[in-house]
Design a protein around this ligand. Structure first.
Ligand SMILES: [Mg+2]
Length: 242
């Protein structure tokens, strides 16, 4: 596929795992919270994990999944406060700011569209200072639906005026890319390196990238041959650009 940036007006970008390293979220929910929970209830760590992971799974694909107030009351812990214990792990993926600058320089409408709760968004934007790069920042909690729900993308048009045919979406969730595809969003990219502590896992359904610099065309052109630029090792992509 040829990606011609002239054909795209609007860019929608997910936050966790897509622009930011998911290592923070994984560590927080899979290690930090269980440790605190096990201490509080005097449970062995493995038992606490088993109990918590079953609870987490019960809320998958719902807004509760990312609702810090829900988890604070469900677990009897101050989740926003606990996030601050490990906020040094919040990190922007490599090449993200270069990509955001490329989009801004070329007059694209750049939008952060996330399932994250307002309190998570606040903390992460404060730590990463990415906020000023966006024309708008939309939390699914404001729309009342998660991105996993097919009706989300239509409802999003109340907040962002976009033409699905001329829109690109970057995500580390195949489910969310699939709901966007069903709605008609045309340019879909899967971020296969969502966490710095896990090996990249390319998608079999969507064009995969490791980093967003793979979508920045070389000087003097606005086109990318995605077959060359995507799903090939970084070093080759870099070599192709020279
Ligand atoms: Mg994500």
């Amino acid at each position: 596929m040829k990606l011609d940036w002239h054909a795209i007006d609007t860019v929608l970008l997910d936050m966790d795992g897509t622009l930011l390293d998911r290592h923070f979220d994984d560590h927080f929910w899979l290690e930090h919270v269980p440790r605190i929970f096990s201490r509080k209830h005097d449970l062995p760590l493995e038992v606490a994990k088993e109990k918590l992971f079953a609870l987490f799974r019960s809320q998958e694909n719902t807004l509760n999944w990312t609702d810090l107030d829900y988890w604070s009351s469900r677990l009897g812990l101050d989740i926003p406060l606990l996030k601050r214990d490990v906020d040094h792990l919040i990190a922007v993926h490599p090449h993200v700011t270069d990509f955001l600058l490329f989009l801004r320089h070329n007059g694209k409408s750049v939008n952060l569209v996330t399932n994250a709760h307002a309190k998570t968004l606040d903390l992460k934007l404060r730590k990463t200072r990415l906020g000023p790069y966006f024309d708008s920042i939309v939390s699914a909690h404001d729309l009342g639906l998660p991105k996993e729900d097919g009706a989300f993308w239509e409802r999003l048009r109340k907040r962002i005026d976009y033409d699905p045919e001329r829109t690109m979406l970057g995500e580390d969730s195949e489910t969310n890319l699939a709901t966007a595809q069903a709605y008609g969003i045309r340019y879909l990219f899967y971020v296969s390196r969502s966490s710095s502590s896990m090996p990249p896992a390319p998608s079999s359904r969507f064009i995969s990238i490791h980093y967003f610099n793979q979508l920045i065309p070389s000087e003097g052109t606005m086109e990318i041959d995605t077959q060359l630029a995507c799903a090939v090792p970084e070093a080759i992509v870099a070599a192709l650009r020279h």
